[in-house]
Design a protein. Structure first.
Length: 238
């Protein structure tokens, strides 16, 4: 029987964050998440997960159709969410994409351990301030805190990926020490760390630039401007 995943959306776009910024890619967004960040910009894949089940074979076929006229070096697929590691079928899906000659980027919070081939692990650890309001969402606040920082799982994912990057969403200066401590604990080189401003508009990005970029560059990290927002605005399918 064919394996399937709960899919929120698939689309072709340019990667807007991290090492592969600007790379034309086919995005597969799974629906469902084991965390509940208060600032989540894809609530339709977390707080109110919507979508439909799709076989892993059909997902590969959809990606192949997009890149039918492209050389193998241009075949990039991004598995994102929600939390793509929730579904067990993510493992055979990654194997199918590798067999088909795709470069696979996996965007994850790093809370679930899986055995899968990955060309670029894009790990986004959730900082202490990411939890939802304890009064409004007491159950999810507790679950979020319990799940968000399994360091051994994150280390395993980093060690087994061909390449990796850490991405942090930053809303204020109080998070700087926590970020540096986590980078050290995960033993990630500063050149693999990307700092992004929290926000969903160009005004948000511009407001963060004067105070966030200098610190980012001072400690040897990369400033990541979330280019998909500048290119397309805050909307689905980008």
């Amino acid at each position: 029987m064919s394996q399937s995943l709960f899919i929120s959306e698939t689309f072709s776009s340019r990667q807007g964050e991290g090492k592969l910024t600007g790379q034309e890619s086919f995005f597969i967004r799974t629906s469902g998440c084991n965390l509940r960040c208060w600032f989540c910009d894809t609530p339709y894949a977390s707080w109110q997960p919507t979508g439909q089940r799709q076989s892993i074979e059909s997902l590969v076929q959809d990606a192949q159709a997009v890149f039918a006229d492209k050389p193998a070096s241009h075949r990039h697929v991004v598995l994102t969410g929600g939390e793509p590691l929730l579904g067990a079928a993510i493992e055979p899906l990654c194997h199918l994409f590798h067999q088909a000659g795709f470069h696979v980027t996996l965007e994850t919070a790093g809370t679930i351990q899986r055995e899968l081939p990955c060309d670029l692990l894009s790990l986004s650890p959730k900082l202490a301030s990411s939890a939802p309001d304890a009064k409004q969402h007491p159950r999810w606040h507790q679950l979020h805190e319990q799940r968000r920082m399994p360091l051994n799982t994150m280390r395993y994912l980093i060690e087994t990926a061909k390449d990796h990057q850490l991405k942090f969403v930053v809303s204020d200066r109080s998070q700087f020490d926590e970020i540096q401590s986590l980078v050290e604990q995960l033993e990630v080189h500063p050149s693999n760390v990307f700092i992004m401003p929290q926000g969903v508009s160009i005004d948000d990005l511009d407001a963060a630039l004067p105070w966030l970029q200098p610190w980012t560059e001072q400690v040897g990290y990369h400033y990541c401007d979330r280019m998909q927002i500048r290119w397309y605005g805050n909307r689905r399918g980008t």
